[in-house]
Design a protein around this ligand. Sequence first.
Ligand SMILES: Nc1ncnc2c1ncn2[C@@H]1O[C@H](COP(=O)(O)OP(=O)(O)O)[C@@H](O)[C@H]1O
Ligand SMILES: [Mg+2]
Length: 298
Amino acid sequence: MRCLKLITDEILRSTKMETSMEVIKIEKAEIGYTGKPILKQIDLNIKKGEFIGIIGSSGAGKTTLLKSIMGKATVLSGKICVLNYDLNNISKKELFRLRSKVGIIFQGFNLVERLTALENVLTGLIHKVGVCRSIIKFYKTEHLEKAYQCLKIVGLQDKALDRCDTLSGGQRQRVAIARALAQEPDILLADEPVAALDPYSAKQVMNILQFINESPELKVTVIANLHHIEIAKKYSKRIIGIKDGHIVFDNKPALLTNHHIENIYTHLEQHQEESAMYSNSKLFLNNNNKVEEVAPVN
Ligand SMILES: Nc1ncnc2c1ncn2[C@@H]1O[C@H](COP(=O)(O)OP(=O)(O)O)[C@@H](O)[C@H]1O
Ligand SMILES: [Mg+2]
């Protein structure tokens, strides 16, 4: 009976998904860790197929936002719904299912370095392979084929049997993308995916993310925390700027002006420190965070 309910819930969820098109709905949410709020008054709707670039200073709350989508941060108030799973009221089983549909890649790749590229990608199939088979590396042909296909998408089929510790940073990040793709995710989260890469490798990785997002067969929704504004502007269809836990910009990249950028990257404390520093001289920061000189008083 219980099993039947789970199956019915799952069918209802996927039917809702096809009609609503919204993969993430966050309403007036306060999100943090063990009672400490980090993100405040967050209202955010993300549709299937979007490519979102998240920008903001260190500590602004970008990673916390990605964690909240995976159900790894606490919803202190408000509502979060991801792929029609209500995160305010989610069982362990449902959380496991949700996480199987959300892939994630990190700045530091998080691969098992002593395993081959193919073996790392196979770990992305653990939801299908099962933990026991995965531990003894007893894979079915279809799983090996799937992992190989994912390596092909990121252009690394020739490196399938190379250990990850022999690969370059860019190649490792591409293996991490292939591992996430093996999950057949609806959403791919990328936390500073190119921050540790040289410009050429960064471009390759971003092009792959763009392909995954735009290819009609994949159409994965991509949400990436990006360190470089130029990269964020070039690849994102929508940019979200976070400052001190608040969304202060949410629009098309073409509408992100230098004024917005200055606002997003000026910390409140930094602003106060700088204001204090400037107040000792004849310079001060105006409301637009621009430095102005005080006219001498005669
Ligand atoms: N697990 C955690 N427990 C408590 N506080 C955390 C945790 N992770 C991050 N924080 C705090 O949350 C704030 C935002 O961090 P984070 O989301 O990582 O910012 P960003 O990714 O923008 O640099 C920081 O003040 C950080 O110290
Ligand atoms: Mg971060």
